[in-house]
Design a protein around this ligand. Structure first.
Ligand code: ADP
Ligand code: MG
Length: 245
């Protein structure tokens, strides 16, 4: 087990009127429990606003939970090092003033680790990018290339877990397909676990071993990918699948 989440909750206090609910909180994550096995890809499927990104931020310790617990495997002892993050918009997660070479060197420097140009070249190769991109700035790359740079950066410290929050949503269909293939290959090569968050049913189906369907901060249903698609149990999942077919 790489990760276990127990009855996790994140309530945001409501400051102004229009979204007022009983109790005055937005229950973004409302009693979520699950585990993630070593080397497993767990898909988190749900509509916009159901709490997926909040769940990701809690796991990444970018935010404190209201209550509940996250138990990390000793493999993830140092979260900043052992968990990689990929967000939806690679443009926002790359410093526009840094060249690709410096972006890729940054995690090593942040952890006071040595880094050679060979190492940087190796990272680029892993994500299928050419060495002559090293001198470019993010705005001189295509969307797909930018997301590849983000993936390369996240691989630099050999993470055991990648948290991917809508990693393909800003890309065109061809790039989506290519990056999906890349992620599938890297997962096997480095024996990583993925928490793969998406509202895109087809993508989730292709990459996940197991799927968790989220609705309004709760888990509507969880099961092996084939079970969820062939024998959905909750009415919410059935509706989602119908809407997509
Ligand atoms: N920092 C925050 N403060 C207040 N409300 C928030 C905050 N972050 C998210 N929310 C609310 O929590 C709910 C879940 O948001 P989010 O986790 O971003 O959903 P998703 O990623 O599934 O679209 C939404 O209603 C959103 O408006
Ligand atoms: Mg989100």
């Amino acid at each position: 087990m790489i990760l276990e989440v127990i009855n996790l909750k994140k309530y945001f206090p409501i400051e102004r009127g229009i979204f007022r609910t009983a109790g005055g909180f937005i229950k973004a994550v409302d009693g979520v429990s699950f585990f993630l096995a070593e080397g497993e890809v767990l898909g988190v499927l749900g509509e916009s606003g159901c709490g997926k990104s909040t769940l990701a931020k809690l796991i990444l310790k970018l935010m404190e939970p209201t209550s509940g617990k996250i138990v990390f495997s000793p493999l993830l002892a140092n979260i900043r090092r052992s968990v990689g993050i990929i967000f939806q918009d690679p443009f926002l997660s790359l410093d526009p003033k840094m060249r690709v070479r410096d972006i890729l060197r940054e995690p090593f420097l942040a952890h006071k680790l040595e880094v050679s140009d060979d190492k940087i070249g190796e990272l680029l190769g892993l994500v299928g990018l050419d060495g002559d991109l090293l001198r470019r700035f993010p705005h001189q790359l295509s969307g797909g290339q930018r997301q590849r740079v983000c993936i390369a950066r996240s691989l630099s410290l050999k993470p055991k877990l990648l948290v991917l929050d809508e990693p393909l949503s800003s890309l065109d269909l061809i790039s989506q397909k290519q990056i999906l293939e890349l992620l599938l290959g890297l997962r096997i090569k480095f024996k990583m676990s993925y928490l793969f968050i998406s509202h895109n049913i087809a993508l989730i189906r292709e990459i996940s071993d197991r799927i968790m369907v989220m609705s309004a901060g709760k888990i509507a249903e969880e099961g092996k990918t084939a079970e969820i698609f062939n024998f959905p149990k909750s009415s919410y999942t059935k509706k989602l699948l119908e809407a997509a077919s």
